[in-house]
Design a protein around this ligand. Sequence first.
Ligand code: PMP
Length: 400
Amino acid sequence: KCVPEAFDIEEEIIKTMNDYDKDVSLKKIDLIIGVYRSEDGDLYLLPVVKKAQQMVLEETLNHNYLSIRGIDEFTKAACTLILGDIEKQWNDETIFGFQCIGGAGALKIGADFLHQFMECTTVYFSDPTWVNHEPTFKSSGFKNIRKYRYFKKESKSLDIEGIWEDLSNAPENSVVILQVCGHNPTCVDPTKEQWKKIAKIIKEQKLIPFFDIAYQGFASGDLIEDAWVIRYFFQEGIDFICAQSFSKIFTMYNERVGNLMFSMKPSSEIDVIKSNVSKIVRCMYSNPPNHGTKTILKILTNSELYNEWSNSFTIMVSRIKTIRIDFRKALEDLGAPGKWNYITDHGGMFILLNFTSNQLEYFQQFYHIYVSPPGRLNVTGLNTNNIDYIAKAVTETLKK
Ligand code: PMP
């Protein structure tokens, strides 16, 4: 007998995607998933990725298994991408990584580890957060799923007092998921000063920070700037875990490249932790895949390719900024209900609209524009051909 599951993993998103596929209208627009689309509306593949992929193919001599922890050079390059020079910490093993199956896989391995070996039963997410967070931690056995206030719906701004207060009341040993930049689904991030106080609370309350970084570079256009908060925790000597996704930042979604980074003070437990995480991986998928990871490793360790890759954020992010400015202007010109400064006050891939379920249905059925429920749209799906149509549709829908 198959028992129905209490939580519906991405059910609404999957339904929206099916509805989009079935829609025969020529007007239909897909703004559902957070993938980078170019001006012509097509899915974009970074030219540097294509180049690196070819190089990897030519160098591949065999398809031997990787180790449980994946390619050591890759996990080091991944941690370096966030923290800068980690030579010393890498050598004394206070920083180490596990190559994982995308960011989602890194979160799952981390959640299993925290529950099975660190006796964690309580996890806090921002409200709202990425739809996968809750089911992932539930499936790992976390009993207490809690939310900290994050977003003020009316003003579409950060509820920083709410974050501070809720984390100050969190019990010791609670895991706190912190989205580093380009917050999904709001794209509203704390400032450096606000992060500092979050770090202080986490330290005082003895909470376990678990960073989730999937959009490094997409918020400010600068890879180093976007990872600032993780480096701050590191400098403050706060132990942390971090799930890194490489899907968005390399426009390579189906190669499933991720890294689970651990950073901690010197301890005799490091070997035990490595062995415990290895056990989880061994039982789940034994060892990770090669090709996408080798491609990314090539880019991260070749200065010419690295420069080409990091410069591509300047182009992608400046396009995102232009779309945000144009979209705000179009909405304001049409007199769309509400304030729209939110759109240009923040960067990143998403804009969250406050649709009711009736409005969402109307928006999709009448205008054939599809967004992630309850109204998260992929900014890069907007372009000069459709931006006015989308602004008009949003305006009319919000007036309903
Ligand atoms: N974290 C966040 C906040 C995300 O938005 C995503 C992708 N939607 C991920 C992690 C996981 O990314 P992936 O598994 O595709 O690498």
